[in-house]
Design a protein around this ligand. Structure first.
Ligand code: BT5
Length: 245
């Protein structure tokens, strides 16, 4: 992969042709001195990870697989990493001319189809591995619910895309890590238009398998989704289905 520009955005960017998972590879290379934004990318992942050990498809050169190390200074910053990354990725995609939205907590959707996913994994007291997958082109092995930038009329090289993502993440992260209170207030305002889950009737499947039905009303200061069932319930983790809005 030609990644001339991308390398300049990171203290080190390990670029591999093939790996099991870029999140796992970063974890294997992680030490106490590893600098923030140390990053791993791969043209192909053989065991790309979604949440709850689900599979994430990355066929050679067709989908960006990028993991980077973040070092949160506060629990507030740590709590918001997934949503912060969603806002940054969505901004990149919107700037490429694609009207994308965030489905809480970790999907970037276009017309209900998934363009990108985020997997943030805590790997120590101040180490979070932020993994992002974003489809550039149609992949044979991806589910029918997937879409890609090229299907949506946006052609971009991997080098340019990684550079755009790095720039966006750094600017959002700097604000969140340095000034979480201000960042969270700003993110909540931005989410009112960026997050298609808000205002939508949803089914939320909780980690134990129980389902909650209600209208998603807000994302609270801890990044939890507040659903009116009709009493408000704040969810830290769940799989959410949009029913109607
Ligand atoms: C996610 O999980 O959406 C998190 C995806 C994170 C992937 C990145 S790539 C770089 C880094 N290294 C890794 O190993 N992982 C991260 P979740 O919400 O659980 O969604 C997983 C579901 O998305 C699967 O069960 C499929 O239905 C669907 N899916 C799989 N591959 C896809 C793709 N390429 N595009 C769209 N949907 C996909």
């Amino acid at each position: 992969m030609e990644l001339d520009k991308a390398h300049s955005h990171f203290p080190e960017l390990i670029a591999l042709a093939e790996v099991d998972s870029t999140n796992k590879e970063l974890l294997r290379r992680l030490g106490p001195e590893t600098p923030e934004f140390f990053a791993v990318t791969a043209a192909s992942q053989l065991g790309g990870l979604g949440r709850l050990s689900r599979n994430w498809v990355t066929e050679p050169g067709k989908s960006m697989a990028l993991s980077m190390l973040l070092r949160p200074k506060t629990s507030a910053a740590a709590n918001w990493i997934t949503i912060m990354a969603g806002l940054a990725l969505r901004q990149v995609v919107v700037d490429l001319g694609v009207a994308a939205s965030i489905k809480w907590p970790n999907d970037i959707l276009v017309d209900g189809r998934k363009l990108a996913g985020i997997l943030a994994e805590l790997s120590g007291p101040n180490a979070v591995i932020l993994g992002m997958g974003l489809n550039l082109q149609t992949q044979q092995g991806a589910p029918e619910t997937a879409t890609s930038l090229s299907e949506l009329g946006a052609e971009v090289s991997m080098d340019h895309l990684i550079s755009l993502v790095a720039t966006a993440i750094k600017s959002y992260w700097e604000l969140l890590n340095e000034n979480p209170t201000e960042a969270i207030a700003r993110f909540q305002t931005e989410l009112a238009t960026a997050c298609s889950t808000l205002g939508t009737e949803v089914r939320a499947e909780l980690p134990g398998g129980r389902n909650l039905y209600g209208v998603a009303r807000a994302i609270d200061a801890e990044g939890r989704l507040v659903i009116e069932c009709p009493e408000p319930v704040a969810l830290a983790a769940a799989d959410v289905w949009h029913l109607r809005n």
